[in-house]
Design a binder for this molecule. Structure first.
Ligand code: PMP
Length: 306
Protein backbone atom coordinates (compact mmCIF):
# COMPACT_ATOMS: atom_id res chain seq x y z
CA UNK A 1 0.00 0.00 0.00
CA UNK A 2 2.91 2.34 0.68
CA UNK A 3 4.08 2.40 -2.94
CA UNK A 4 1.46 4.17 -4.99
CA UNK A 5 0.63 7.53 -6.44
CA UNK A 6 -1.66 9.93 -4.64
CA UNK A 7 -1.71 12.17 -1.62
CA UNK A 8 -2.12 11.63 2.11
CA UNK A 9 -3.12 14.37 4.54
CA UNK A 10 -0.56 14.39 7.36
CA UNK A 11 -0.54 16.96 10.17
CA UNK A 12 -2.29 19.61 8.15
CA UNK A 13 -0.66 19.15 4.76
CA UNK A 14 -1.15 16.99 1.71
CA UNK A 15 2.01 14.98 1.16
CA UNK A 16 2.89 12.58 -1.68
CA UNK A 17 1.73 9.05 -0.79
CA UNK A 18 5.25 7.56 -0.78
CA UNK A 19 6.53 10.29 1.52
CA UNK A 20 3.85 9.96 4.20
CA UNK A 21 6.24 8.24 6.59
CA UNK A 22 6.86 8.07 10.30
CA UNK A 23 9.91 7.05 12.36
CA UNK A 24 10.40 3.48 13.71
CA UNK A 25 10.36 4.94 17.22
CA UNK A 26 6.79 6.19 16.74
CA UNK A 27 5.19 5.60 20.13
CA UNK A 28 1.91 4.17 18.84
CA UNK A 29 3.84 1.56 16.84
CA UNK A 30 5.33 0.29 20.11
CA UNK A 31 2.40 0.36 22.52
CA UNK A 32 -0.73 0.66 20.37
CA UNK A 33 -2.21 3.75 21.97
CA UNK A 34 -3.81 5.65 19.15
CA UNK A 35 -7.27 5.89 17.62
CA UNK A 36 -8.70 5.77 14.17
CA UNK A 37 -11.81 5.65 12.04
CA UNK A 38 -12.97 3.65 9.05
CA UNK A 39 -15.12 5.84 6.83
CA UNK A 40 -16.52 5.39 3.34
CA UNK A 41 -17.38 7.69 0.48
CA UNK A 42 -19.79 6.53 -2.22
CA UNK A 43 -20.56 7.84 -5.64
CA UNK A 44 -23.92 9.62 -5.73
CA UNK A 45 -25.80 11.39 -8.52
CA UNK A 46 -24.10 14.60 -7.34
CA UNK A 47 -20.58 13.15 -7.16
CA UNK A 48 -18.71 11.44 -4.33
CA UNK A 49 -20.08 11.91 -0.83
CA UNK A 50 -18.79 10.75 2.55
CA UNK A 51 -21.39 8.80 4.53
CA UNK A 52 -22.06 10.03 8.06
CA UNK A 53 -18.81 12.01 8.20
CA UNK A 54 -19.92 14.00 11.24
CA UNK A 55 -20.63 10.86 13.28
CA UNK A 56 -17.26 9.32 12.37
CA UNK A 57 -15.36 12.48 13.27
CA UNK A 58 -17.31 12.80 16.51
CA UNK A 59 -16.36 9.22 17.41
CA UNK A 60 -12.69 9.89 16.56
CA UNK A 61 -12.68 12.82 18.96
CA UNK A 62 -14.48 10.77 21.64
CA UNK A 63 -11.86 8.02 21.21
CA UNK A 64 -9.05 10.58 21.59
CA UNK A 65 -10.70 12.00 24.71
CA UNK A 66 -11.03 8.54 26.28
CA UNK A 67 -7.36 7.83 25.54
CA UNK A 68 -6.39 11.25 26.86
CA UNK A 69 -4.91 12.36 23.56
CA UNK A 70 -5.23 16.05 22.85
CA UNK A 71 -6.30 16.49 19.24
CA UNK A 72 -4.19 19.19 17.57
CA UNK A 73 -6.93 19.95 15.02
CA UNK A 74 -10.60 20.72 15.41
CA UNK A 75 -13.45 18.68 13.95
CA UNK A 76 -13.97 21.03 11.01
CA UNK A 77 -10.32 20.67 10.02
CA UNK A 78 -10.50 16.87 10.19
CA UNK A 79 -13.73 16.88 8.17
CA UNK A 80 -12.12 19.10 5.54
CA UNK A 81 -9.05 16.83 5.48
CA UNK A 82 -11.30 13.86 4.70
CA UNK A 83 -13.12 15.71 1.92
CA UNK A 84 -9.77 16.78 0.48
CA UNK A 85 -8.33 13.25 0.67
CA UNK A 86 -11.15 11.92 -1.54
CA UNK A 87 -11.23 14.94 -3.85
CA UNK A 88 -7.48 15.34 -4.38
CA UNK A 89 -7.00 11.64 -5.09
CA UNK A 90 -9.79 11.86 -7.72
CA UNK A 91 -11.76 9.06 -6.10
CA UNK A 92 -15.44 8.36 -6.85
CA UNK A 93 -15.74 5.81 -4.06
CA UNK A 94 -13.27 5.50 -1.24
CA UNK A 95 -12.40 3.99 2.09
CA UNK A 96 -10.98 6.63 4.41
CA UNK A 97 -8.64 6.10 7.28
CA UNK A 98 -8.21 9.01 9.70
CA UNK A 99 -5.88 8.16 12.58
CA UNK A 100 -4.41 10.01 15.55
CA UNK A 101 -1.14 8.64 16.88
CA UNK A 102 1.65 9.54 19.26
CA UNK A 103 4.98 10.59 17.76
CA UNK A 104 8.58 9.53 18.28
CA UNK A 105 9.58 12.40 20.60
CA UNK A 106 10.08 9.98 23.49
CA UNK A 107 9.63 6.40 24.67
CA UNK A 108 8.13 4.85 27.78
CA UNK A 109 4.67 4.38 29.14
CA UNK A 110 4.37 7.80 30.73
CA UNK A 111 3.94 9.12 27.21
CA UNK A 112 4.34 12.69 28.38
CA UNK A 113 5.44 15.46 26.04
CA UNK A 114 4.55 13.43 23.00
CA UNK A 115 3.09 15.07 19.95
CA UNK A 116 -0.28 13.86 18.68
CA UNK A 117 -0.10 13.42 14.90
CA UNK A 118 -3.10 13.03 12.65
CA UNK A 119 -3.28 11.47 9.20
CA UNK A 120 -6.06 10.86 6.70
CA UNK A 121 -5.63 8.49 3.76
CA UNK A 122 -8.24 7.60 1.17
CA UNK A 123 -8.12 4.82 -1.39
CA UNK A 124 -10.36 2.69 -3.50
CA UNK A 125 -11.49 -0.41 -1.58
CA UNK A 126 -14.63 -1.57 -3.35
CA UNK A 127 -15.89 -4.36 -1.11
CA UNK A 128 -14.79 -6.03 2.10
CA UNK A 129 -16.61 -9.23 1.14
CA UNK A 130 -17.50 -10.74 -2.23
CA UNK A 131 -20.79 -9.80 -3.98
CA UNK A 132 -21.94 -13.42 -3.35
CA UNK A 133 -21.34 -13.00 0.38
CA UNK A 134 -23.63 -9.95 0.41
CA UNK A 135 -26.38 -12.08 -1.11
CA UNK A 136 -25.75 -15.55 0.22
CA UNK A 137 -24.29 -14.68 3.60
CA UNK A 138 -21.10 -15.81 5.29
CA UNK A 139 -19.98 -18.62 7.59
CA UNK A 140 -19.06 -17.49 11.09
CA UNK A 141 -17.36 -19.23 14.04
CA UNK A 142 -17.68 -18.27 17.67
CA UNK A 143 -14.22 -17.19 18.75
CA UNK A 144 -12.15 -18.79 21.46
CA UNK A 145 -10.97 -15.21 22.21
CA UNK A 146 -13.15 -13.19 24.58
CA UNK A 147 -14.08 -9.64 23.53
CA UNK A 148 -12.62 -6.78 25.54
CA UNK A 149 -13.87 -6.24 29.03
CA UNK A 150 -15.13 -2.72 29.72
CA UNK A 151 -12.50 -2.16 32.39
CA UNK A 152 -9.54 -3.68 30.56
CA UNK A 153 -9.44 -1.62 27.42
CA UNK A 154 -11.88 1.15 26.68
CA UNK A 155 -14.61 -0.30 24.47
CA UNK A 156 -16.06 3.07 23.45
CA UNK A 157 -12.74 4.04 21.91
CA UNK A 158 -11.85 2.81 18.47
CA UNK A 159 -8.30 2.34 19.67
CA UNK A 160 -5.50 0.84 17.60
CA UNK A 161 -4.49 -1.69 20.27
CA UNK A 162 -8.04 -3.03 20.57
CA UNK A 163 -7.61 -4.62 17.17
CA UNK A 164 -5.09 -7.23 18.36
CA UNK A 165 -8.09 -9.06 19.82
CA UNK A 166 -10.01 -8.66 16.53
CA UNK A 167 -7.13 -9.95 14.43
CA UNK A 168 -6.52 -12.98 16.65
CA UNK A 169 -10.21 -13.84 16.40
CA UNK A 170 -10.49 -13.28 12.65
CA UNK A 171 -7.35 -15.25 11.98
CA UNK A 172 -8.62 -18.15 14.04
CA UNK A 173 -12.01 -18.07 12.25
CA UNK A 174 -10.42 -18.01 8.79
CA UNK A 175 -7.95 -20.79 9.56
CA UNK A 176 -10.91 -22.85 10.79
CA UNK A 177 -12.71 -22.43 7.44
CA UNK A 178 -15.09 -19.59 8.38
CA UNK A 179 -15.15 -16.07 6.99
CA UNK A 180 -15.66 -14.07 10.18
CA UNK A 181 -15.53 -14.49 13.96
CA UNK A 182 -18.25 -13.87 16.52
CA UNK A 183 -16.76 -12.67 19.79
CA UNK A 184 -18.47 -13.15 23.15
CA UNK A 185 -18.04 -10.83 26.10
CA UNK A 186 -16.38 -11.92 29.33
CA UNK A 187 -19.70 -13.25 30.62
CA UNK A 188 -20.29 -15.31 27.50
CA UNK A 189 -22.88 -13.08 25.82
CA UNK A 190 -22.68 -12.11 22.17
CA UNK A 191 -20.64 -8.94 21.66
CA UNK A 192 -19.71 -8.37 17.99
CA UNK A 193 -17.65 -9.51 15.02
CA UNK A 194 -13.96 -8.65 14.57
CA UNK A 195 -14.97 -5.36 12.94
CA UNK A 196 -18.78 -5.42 12.86
CA UNK A 197 -21.83 -5.20 15.08
CA UNK A 198 -24.36 -8.02 14.98
CA UNK A 199 -28.14 -8.18 14.66
CA UNK A 200 -30.53 -11.13 14.78
CA UNK A 201 -34.19 -11.41 13.83
CA UNK A 202 -36.45 -13.49 16.09
CA UNK A 203 -40.24 -13.54 15.74
CA UNK A 204 -39.94 -10.61 13.38
CA UNK A 205 -38.22 -8.45 16.03
CA UNK A 206 -34.70 -7.11 15.53
CA UNK A 207 -32.30 -7.75 18.42
CA UNK A 208 -28.79 -6.43 18.90
CA UNK A 209 -26.42 -6.50 21.89
CA UNK A 210 -26.41 -3.50 24.21
CA UNK A 211 -23.52 -1.08 23.88
CA UNK A 212 -21.31 -2.42 26.61
CA UNK A 213 -18.33 -4.27 25.19
CA UNK A 214 -19.14 -3.71 21.51
CA UNK A 215 -18.24 -0.60 19.56
CA UNK A 216 -20.88 2.12 19.11
CA UNK A 217 -21.23 1.30 15.44
CA UNK A 218 -22.44 4.02 13.11
CA UNK A 219 -23.88 1.44 10.71
CA UNK A 220 -25.61 -0.13 13.71
CA UNK A 221 -27.26 3.22 14.48
CA UNK A 222 -28.24 3.63 10.81
CA UNK A 223 -29.86 0.18 10.75
CA UNK A 224 -31.76 0.88 13.97
CA UNK A 225 -33.12 4.08 12.37
CA UNK A 226 -34.19 2.17 9.26
CA UNK A 227 -35.84 -0.58 11.28
CA UNK A 228 -37.88 1.98 13.21
CA UNK A 229 -38.86 3.70 9.94
CA UNK A 230 -40.12 0.33 8.72
CA UNK A 231 -42.12 -0.14 11.92
CA UNK A 232 -39.90 -3.01 13.08
CA UNK A 233 -39.42 -3.37 16.80
CA UNK A 234 -35.76 -3.12 17.89
CA UNK A 235 -34.51 -4.54 21.18
CA UNK A 236 -31.04 -3.81 22.53
CA UNK A 237 -30.32 -6.55 25.03
CA UNK A 238 -28.08 -9.41 26.00
CA UNK A 239 -28.02 -12.20 23.42
CA UNK A 240 -26.62 -15.70 23.82
CA UNK A 241 -24.82 -17.63 21.10
CA UNK A 242 -27.52 -20.29 20.94
CA UNK A 243 -30.07 -17.57 20.23
CA UNK A 244 -28.10 -16.79 17.12
CA UNK A 245 -28.28 -20.50 16.16
CA UNK A 246 -32.09 -20.41 16.31
CA UNK A 247 -32.58 -16.92 14.87
CA UNK A 248 -34.64 -16.49 11.71
CA UNK A 249 -31.94 -14.21 10.32
CA UNK A 250 -28.63 -12.76 11.42
CA UNK A 251 -26.36 -10.14 9.91
CA UNK A 252 -23.31 -8.03 10.61
CA UNK A 253 -23.08 -4.27 10.15
CA UNK A 254 -20.03 -2.06 9.71
CA UNK A 255 -18.62 0.65 7.49
CA UNK A 256 -16.30 -1.83 5.77
CA UNK A 257 -18.61 -4.86 5.82
CA UNK A 258 -21.77 -2.77 5.21
CA UNK A 259 -24.78 -5.07 5.82
CA UNK A 260 -23.61 -8.64 5.62
CA UNK A 261 -25.92 -11.65 6.08
CA UNK A 262 -24.73 -14.56 8.25
CA UNK A 263 -25.81 -17.91 6.87
CA UNK A 264 -24.11 -20.20 9.37
CA UNK A 265 -22.70 -20.02 12.88
CA UNK A 266 -20.58 -22.86 14.29
CA UNK A 267 -21.82 -25.28 11.64
CA UNK A 268 -25.51 -24.52 12.35
CA UNK A 269 -27.56 -23.09 9.50
CA UNK A 270 -29.31 -19.86 10.43
CA UNK A 271 -32.88 -19.56 9.19
CA UNK A 272 -33.04 -20.54 5.53
CA UNK A 273 -29.22 -20.49 5.30
CA UNK A 274 -29.20 -17.41 3.08
CA UNK A 275 -30.04 -13.71 3.26
CA UNK A 276 -33.48 -13.37 4.85
CA UNK A 277 -36.19 -10.84 3.89
CA UNK A 278 -35.60 -8.42 6.79
CA UNK A 279 -31.85 -8.39 6.13
CA UNK A 280 -32.47 -7.85 2.43
CA UNK A 281 -34.78 -4.89 3.06
CA UNK A 282 -32.39 -3.21 5.51
CA UNK A 283 -29.41 -3.93 3.26
CA UNK A 284 -31.10 -2.37 0.25
CA UNK A 285 -32.09 0.70 2.29
CA UNK A 286 -28.48 0.98 3.41
CA UNK A 287 -27.12 0.86 -0.15
CA UNK A 288 -29.75 3.40 -1.25
CA UNK A 289 -28.85 5.72 1.63
CA UNK A 290 -25.09 5.67 1.02
CA UNK A 291 -25.63 6.34 -2.68
CA UNK A 292 -27.87 9.32 -1.92
CA UNK A 293 -31.09 7.69 -3.12
CA UNK A 294 -33.09 8.25 0.08
CA UNK A 295 -34.64 11.72 0.09
CA UNK A 296 -35.06 11.67 3.88
CA UNK A 297 -31.40 10.96 4.57
CA UNK A 298 -29.52 13.47 2.45
CA UNK A 299 -28.17 15.02 5.65
CA UNK A 300 -26.02 11.91 6.17
CA UNK A 301 -24.00 12.75 3.05
CA UNK A 302 -21.11 15.19 2.85
CA UNK A 303 -20.18 15.94 -0.73
CA UNK A 304 -16.47 16.24 -1.33
CA UNK A 305 -16.69 18.84 -4.10
CA UNK A 306 -18.35 22.08 -3.16
N1 PMP B 1 -17.22 -3.21 15.93
C1 PMP B 1 -15.91 -3.11 15.67
C2 PMP B 1 -14.95 -3.78 16.58
C3 PMP B 1 -15.47 -2.36 14.58
O1 PMP B 1 -14.15 -2.26 14.31
C4 PMP B 1 -16.41 -1.74 13.74
C5 PMP B 1 -15.94 -0.95 12.54
N2 PMP B 1 -15.63 0.37 12.89
C6 PMP B 1 -17.76 -1.88 14.05
C7 PMP B 1 -18.14 -2.61 15.15
C8 PMP B 1 -18.81 -1.21 13.21
O2 PMP B 1 -18.75 0.17 13.35
P1 PMP B 1 -19.18 1.17 12.19
O3 PMP B 1 -20.54 0.74 11.77
O4 PMP B 1 -19.17 2.49 12.83
O5 PMP B 1 -18.19 1.01 11.10
Amino acid sequence: MADRDGLIWLDGEMVPWREAKTHVLTHTLHYGLGCFEGVRAYNTANGPAIFRLKEHTDRLFRSAHILNMKMPFNKDEINEAQRAAVRENNLDEAYLRPMAFLGSEGMGLRADNLKVHVMVAAWSWPSYMSPEAKEQGIKVRTSSYTRHHVNITMCKAKANGNYINSMLALNEAISGGAEEALLLDNEGYVAEGSGENIFIVRDGVLHTPELTSCLEGITRATIIDFARELGLEVKERRITRDEVYIAEEAFFTGTAAEVLPIRELDGRQIGEGKRGPVTEKLQSMYFDAVKGKLADHQAWLTHVKS
